[in-house]
Structures are given as C-alpha cells and as structure tokens.
Design a binder for this molecule. Structure first.
Ligand code: NI
Ligand code: MN
Length: 222
C-alpha cells in the first residue's frame, strides 16, 4: 500500500516501502502546516532548482541523512553540503527497492542564481504503483509517450497557470497520460497561480478520470 501526503504547492511525501519526499518547500510556504524538521524521508527528489521546489532540501537532507536526487548540474551545486544522486531525463535509478525515472518537463531551472540543468518530472515506481510528479511544466506532446511507456497510475499535475500549464492545459496533459487518477498541485500558493480545484475536478471527471483534491497534510491511501 502507498500513501500520498500533500504538504502544499508541489511538495508531496510518498510513503510505502520507503518514504520519498518530492520538492520540499515548507518553511516559507504560506499554505504549509508542518515544520521541515518533522519530515524524515529516505530520499528527497527535486524536479528543478526554483526556491518553491528546493528551498528546504538541504536542511531536510542534513537532518534526515536522506540523499537528494536532482539533475546533474543541481547535484554538482549541492554535493559539497549534502549527499546527492544525479539523473537526467531518460534515466532510471533504483534506490532501496523502488525505481525512479526522470522525464522531460518544459520549464526553466536555476538555484540561488546558478544554472541548475534542465527541469524534470519523475515517475516513482513503488510497491507496484506508478506515480508521476510532473514538476513545473507546460503540456507537451511527449506526455503521450509517458502515458504509453511509463503508464502512470496516478499523475500529480500543476494547474495554477502563469509558470506552468493551467486547468485546461492540465486536462489535455491528463488525456495523453491516461492515468486513472489525478491530483492537482501548484495552485493557490501565491497570487499569480490562483485556480479553482473544483473546476479541475469537474473537468477531469467529465473526461473520465478520477480526481482527488487533498487538504494539506491529509493522508491519501492508494
Ligand atoms: Ni519553477
Ligand atoms: Mn514552481
């Protein structure tokens, strides 16, 4: 069994065989309800270097001793401070019995003003469940390949617009990904990314997909 916990914005814990933390942005996240020190992941995944995805990674990694998986360039930046693992799109790493595959995302990536490689999404294959975290991205036609080849069961998709795809774009992405279930993210954290999750849910369900709109810190059993 796998549990998904949304910490707000694009930050999720995926807990099953091991505990995976994705895109830690908690301390300065206006919607977060926990403290970064309360998280104890086995591994931390960063989709790209922007502060709203990577801000708490170093502190949580130091505290938990969890390595950080990031792009080659971002791992080079972080490796003097913490244990890092690197990856780029197309690659898969195995870690403590789970598989993590990096895929493309259309966005940008920098970390404290330094070039941080290209942005990515991740497919986490844990206990027979495949979860796709899209990172920050626009929709793009190759999502059809992700749907056909990686076959995600659950997709975590940004819907807030402005920096990523919006609700309608995310529905188009979902049709290509064909995951039975979708969880929206990256909305209503800051003013430019306002979106109504109920509108997304209605549109997703009309298109034939199950949509889960979690509360921050709600535990979702899959
Ligand atoms: Ni970003
Ligand atoms: Mn972002």
């Amino acid at each position: 069994m796998v549990n998904i916990i949304w910490h707000g914005h694009a930050c999720f814990s995926i807990e099953g065989k091991i505990n995976v933390l994705i895109d830690p942005f908690i301390e300065k996240n206006p919607v977060a309800k926990i403290k970064p020190g309360s998280l104890n992941p086995d591994i931390i995944l960063i989709t790209h270097g922007h502060f709203d995805h990577a801000d708490d990674a170093v502190a949580i990694s130091k505290n938990s001793k969890a390595p950080v998986l990031a792009s080659f360039e971002l791992s080079q930046i972080l490796k003097n401070e913490i244990e890092t693992m690197d990856i780029n799109p197309g690659g898969t790493v195995e870690f403590k019995g789970i598989k993590i595959t990096a895929v493309n995302a259309i966005h940008s990536s920098s970390y404290n003003g330094l070039y941080a490689g290209i942005p990515m999404g991740y497919i986490i294959d844990m206990d027979g469940t495949k979860i796709y975290h899209a990172g920050d991205t626009a929709y793009f036609k190759d999502m059809e390949l992700i749907g056909n080849i990686n076959k995600p069961d659950i997709s975590l998709l940004p819907i807030g617009g402005h920096y990523t795809m919006d609700i309608d774009g995310s529905i188009e992405a979902l049709k290509m990904l064909k995951s039975k279930t979708v969880i929206p993210m990256h909305y209503n954290t800051f003013p430019p990314i306002g979106a109504n999750p109920d509108e997304f849910k209605n549109k997703a369900e009309k298109a034939g997909f199950k949509s889960i709109i979690p509360e921050v810190e709600e535990v979702i059993n899959l």
